[in-house]
Design a protein around this ligand. Structure first.
Ligand SMILES: *Cc1c(COP(=O)(O)O)cnc(C)c1O
Length: 435
């Protein structure tokens, strides 16, 4: 993201702040569809960054929604129900009832021209519900039985050997006794085994296993699964020394793997990190500098509570960082790439020695008031951090679009009310999301 935009964000909203580039995010979805082919549907796994929800609803074929809170965000953003796949390992009964009810209320008439992910045109409700367990199936069946609508479209989630989904034998037995779920239509399988998959070989192997299962369902049960919803968990390089990814080549290779499958139904991809990560930056300001026992330390107003890549002990690696000298520094170029001989260990504002962002980063001439930009932070960091620790403020969140410019989406918010129970001002919201 352009350095002037980041400067403007910091000037108007202060630091620390996240800036998310909605145009870049839209372009990534379009580009991914172009390289993969328009027949491959793309669902945005919104847990990667809910601030991209509205853009995703416009550009992607749908959104993967995993909690009542994520659903509430979608409703407020006006995401059409048929763009939602209701997912999640804990489907709260009251919430599923509400979603099925919402579908009943909005009805087929209000959705003409809608681009349904699957199922007959005009069918009300979310594109699909995933089922991760037998009790989720029972819940979906009982909710569906109470409405007069068409059967709910259900994706059976196959486990990858953890708490998510169900194993093959369970899935086969469900399909076998499908007549006991008269209000559900098992349209697809869902599979996601994890994120940051570096090796194309692992993805190919997963697709082969899925293909084999789909074939088994076809041959042994004479049942046609129409849709495969697959989360590839594509890799995003974050740190110095990681080899860059030729994204187009990787996507083309992935498309080949899809084409090699015997399965000829509809394929939807759930993608989060790959779409969102490159579309966000985080600006933090140096608030203090010191030398302790020969080691240079700079303290920034952010920290590991906001900067979070992927399960890394942050200080061990060097992420994509830009240095923004304070504009008043005489003779300083606007963006000075890290280099030179003065090295700084960058620490955040928390009271823990663990709050170390980078060790020995070369930043010649660094002073209090300068800023650091952490790039490629558009996925997960904005929600995954330990935000309540030390009752520090939440960073401001801004979005950028070429036409609309910078927009403040959330100002810096205090977290102290969460940490002493004085949360009156959030109560309306809380009531809404906890029926
Ligand atoms: C988190 C998640 C994704 C997205 O994973 P990324 O690695 O961020 O692309 C896809 N599908 C499911 C079911 C998920 O839980």
């Amino acid at each position: 993201m352009d350095i002037q935009i980041l400067r403007q964000a910091a000037r108007t909203q202060g630091t620390p702040a996240y800036v998310f580039d909605l145009d870049a995010f839209a372009r990534r979805i379009r580009h991914m569809k172009k390289v993969l082919g328009q027949d491959i549907k793309i669902l945005y796994a919104m847990k990667a960054n809910p601030f991209f929800t509205r853009t995703a609803a416009q550009e992607a074929d749908g959104l993967e929604v995993c909690s009542p809170g994520e659903y509430a965000i979608c409703r407020r953003a006006g995401v059409p129900l048929e763009k939602i796949v209701l997912s999640g390992v804990n489907k709260e009964a009251a919430h599923v009832r509400e979603v099925v009810g919402d579908a009943g209320i909005s009805g087929p008439a209000g959705r003409s021209g809608a681009d349904a992910l699957s199922g007959p045109a005009g069918t009300p409700g979310p594109a699909a519900y995933t089922a991760e367990s037998l009790s989720q199936l029972d819940l979906l069946e009982s909710c569906a039985a109470k409405t007069q609508g068409n059967p709910l479209r259900v994706l059976l989630r196959l486990t990858s050997g953890n708490q998510f989904g169900m194993d093959e034998e369970t899935i086969l037995s469900i399909i076998k006794k499908r007549s006991s779920y008269p209000h559900l239509h098992f349209t697809g399988l869902q599979y996601y085994s994890g994120t940051q998959k570096k090796q194309a070989g692992k993805i190919r192997k997963e697709l082969e296993q899925l293909d084999a299962l789909l074939e088994r369902i076809r041959n042994e049960l004479q049942y046609e699964i129409r849709e495969l919803e697959y989360g590839p968990g594509f890799h995003i390089p974050y740190f110095e020394g990681e080899s860059p990814v030729d994204e187009d080549a990787m996507l083309a290779d992935f498309r080949e793997a899809l084409d090699a499958m015997a399965f000829k139904g509809c394929i939807s991809l759930e993608a989060g990190r790959f779409l969102a990560a490159p579309c966000g930056s985080y600006v933090t300001r140096v608030v203090d500098t010191k030398q302790n026992q020969g080691q240079n330390y700079c303290i920034v107003d952010g920290g590991i509570n906001h900067v979070n890549y992927y399960g890394q002990a942050m200080a061990m690696k060097i992420p994509a960082i830009r240095f923004l000298p304070h504009p008043l520094s005489p003779g300083m170029p606007d963006v000075q790439p890290p280099g030179g001989d003065s090295q700084w260990t960058v620490c955040g504002s928390l009271c823990t020695s663990g709050d170390m962002l980078v060790k020995n980063l070369p930043l010649p001439g660094l002073k209090t008031g300068d800023m650091l930009v952490f790039d490629r932070i558009g996925a997960y960091a904005v929600t995954e951090g330990i935000y309540l620790f030390l009752s520090r403020r939440l960073p401001a969140v801004l979005t950028y679009e070429k036409d609309a410019g910078l927009k403040l989406v959330r100002g810096a918010l205090p977290t102290s009310p969460f940490n002493d129970g004085s949360i009156q001002y959030f109560e309306d919201c809380i009531k809404k999301e906890n029926p």
